[in-house]
Ligand binder design. Structure first.
Ligand SMILES: [Zn+2]
Length: 216
């Protein structure tokens, strides 16, 4: 977004892990955020408190009910949540990754599937529930970890582009070689190598991708 724009329509905290909410704390304090979507699961670490304090000042929409939530951004742009589509049980919140909000952003014939840090089991469940269909872009689950990006899920999602949000030289070894192997044949962008990745979809203009490579 341009530097002079200080308003964000919607921010999603997919699940309460520090690598997702710490950056959002600064963003919430610096920008005017209209709505914040989260799954109702609270973080347990001390650094969650500054995030909670920033959230308390905002209008918060929570995905906890037994129905999907849709946002209409105007001009034909919609975002719909597909997981969780019911209140999460106590046992399920033990691993925050599997509580990740999964949503689809749609505009015309293009769509982006946002998967948070979800697992193969959740991906398989979504396929079985017929909630996965071909998407233009897949935001690869869990920084490319081997615990996500199920082969059957990929065969159903059939993304043209896959983007992996991952730190350079991270200590977890993300993305996993086996996940990269499963993504073979799909055009992959990685934030550790390609920097900020920008997807553009405009009426009458071909879908485009721009990578703002990092400079050392
Ligand atoms: Zn993460």
């Amino acid at each position: 977004m341009p530097f002079y724009d200080h308003e964000i329509d919607l921010v999603i905290l997919t699940h309460p892990h520090a690598d997702h909410y710490v950056g959002l704390t600064a963003l919430l304090n610096r920008y005017k955020v209209d709505r914040l979507l989260w799954n109702g699961v609270k973080g347990m670490a001390p650094d969650y408190q500054p995030f909670q304090a920033a959230v308390d000042k905002k209008h918060v929409v929570r995905v906890v009910d037994d129905h999907k939530i849709s946002f209409d951004f105007g001009d034909g742009v919609h975002l719909t949540t597909i997981y969780p589509n019911r209140k999460l049980g106590a046992g399920e919140t033990a691993d925050p990754n599997v509580t990740s909000i999964i949503s689809r952003l749609e505009y015309g014939s293009n769509s982006v599937l946002l998967t948070g840090d979800t697992s193969e089991a959740v991906e398989q469940g979504l396929v079985a529930s017929h909630l996965i269909r071909p998407d233009t872009v897949l935001k690869v689950a869990h920084h490319g970890s081997k615990t996500g990006t199920d082969a059957g899920f990929l065969a159903t999602d059939q993304p043209k582009f896959a983007v992996i949000s991952v730190g350079r030289n991270n200590r977890y070894g993300h993305p996993a070689p086996e996940t990269l192997l499963r993504l073979k044949g799909i055009q992959i962008y990685r934030t550790d190598k390609d920097g900020t990745v920008e997807f553009s979809s405009k009426a009458g203009v071909p879908f485009s991708v721009k990578a703002h490579a990092l400079h050392d």
